[in-house]
Design a binder for this molecule. Structure first.
Ligand code: C2E
Ligand code: MG
Ligand code: MG
Ligand code: MG
Length: 277
């Protein structure tokens, strides 16, 4: 009888399921090797103010898989977070971004550019996160004032006092903070009020239908008003059309990111783009 149950249990693993598990195991395996062999690259997406002036870039990681080609972070970041590989990967990302800041500081036209680095909650929760970031900045000779860290609302699940303490320690050195994907996660206005943020980032899901769905327009407007009342700046992500850009500028947004201005591009392309704008 128990044998039957076992058989029944086995029948749960239909071929599709097995395939998924195999794929997942392979992805984890490849990810470990990829991190050891540094198969990653940072793309840069312009953060634009006013009439197209590039004030900064968001660093967005890509995986140059030897067999599969370029893999999107949406596929591997959640896995890296789950199995802890986001720690070494995140460290590599931070080092690469800070080295880039230092390199740009020697090029007069590029010296003002800021870099926004995405930090996952798991990374931020490391005990030595603050020391790690500060030593990376120091070792590379990068200006902390040019480094912006993008956090998400999943951070609200951690001990808020600890989060504040870490943010304050980094802010004291000049690092700034943006709250990514604002409005899509564990928004709590009481937490929001307490966090020493510098910027709210309007999620692209609200920008997408801004001109079609009145609710999205209201959300964008309210976010801008909220940020203003808390003394924070706002950036809208996912701006794909001129119409969206105009609509956002009319409701008081000054910073933008999106395909309308530029896709995320490799370093050399970003530098070329910056020269022409
Ligand atoms: P995110 O931080 O919210 O980044 C914005 C995403 O929107 C990027 O996707 C970007 O390519 C995309 N995007 C930018 N403009 C537009 C637009 O106009 N339209 C549309 N439809 N999309 C646009 P990407 O590069 O695939 O990254 C996805 C997510 O992966 C990021 O979302 C972030 O959560 C995560 N990620 C990327 N790089 C890193 C990293 O270095 N560290 C960590 N921890 N996470 C990262
Ligand atoms: Mg981001
Ligand atoms: Mg975002
Ligand atoms: Mg997003």
């Amino acid at each position: 009888k128990s044998k039957d149950a076992g058989r029944n249990g086995l029948s749960f693993f239909d071929p599709n399921m097995e395939h998924t598990l195999k794929e997942r195991a392979l992805l984890e395996h490849d990810l470990r090797i990829g991190i050891e062999e540094k198969q990653f690259i940072l793309y840069y997406q312009a953060q634009v103010v006013n009439h197209g002036h590039i004030a900064g870039a968001e660093a967005l990681v890509r995986w140059e898989h030897p067999k599969r080609g370029i893999i999107s972070p949406m596929e591997f970041i959640p896995v890296a977070e789950e199995i802890g590989l986001i720690i070494p990967l995140g460290e590599w990302i931070m080092k690469t971004a800070c080295a880039q800041l230092a390199a740009w500081s020697h090029i007069p036209e590029m010296a003002d550019i800021t870099i926004a680095v995405n930090v996952s909650a798991r990374q931020f929760s490391q005990n030595d996160f603050v020391e790690q970031v500060l030593s990376i900045l120091h070792e590379n000779g990068a200006n902390p004032k040019k480094l912006k860290l993008e956090l998400t609302e999943s951070l609200f699940l951690q001990d808020v006092e600890e989060v504040i303490e870490k943010m304050v320690a980094l802010k004291n050195e000049g690092v700034s903070f943006s709250l990514d994907d604002f409005g899509t996660g564990y928004s709590s206005l009481s937490y929001l009020k307490r966090l020493p943020l510098d910027q709210l980032k309007i999620d692209k899901s609200f920008v997408r239908d801004l001109l079609i769905d009145p609710n999205d327009a209201i959300i964008c407007k309210s976010t801008i008003a909220l940020a203003e009342s808390m003394g924070l700046s706002v950036i809208a992500e996912g701006v794909e059309t001129q119409e969206q850009h105009h609509a956002l500028s009319e409701i008081g947004c000054f910073s933008y990111q999106g395909y309308w201005f530029s896709r995320p591009v490799p370093l050399s392309e970003f530098e070329a783009l910056h020269k022409t704008t």
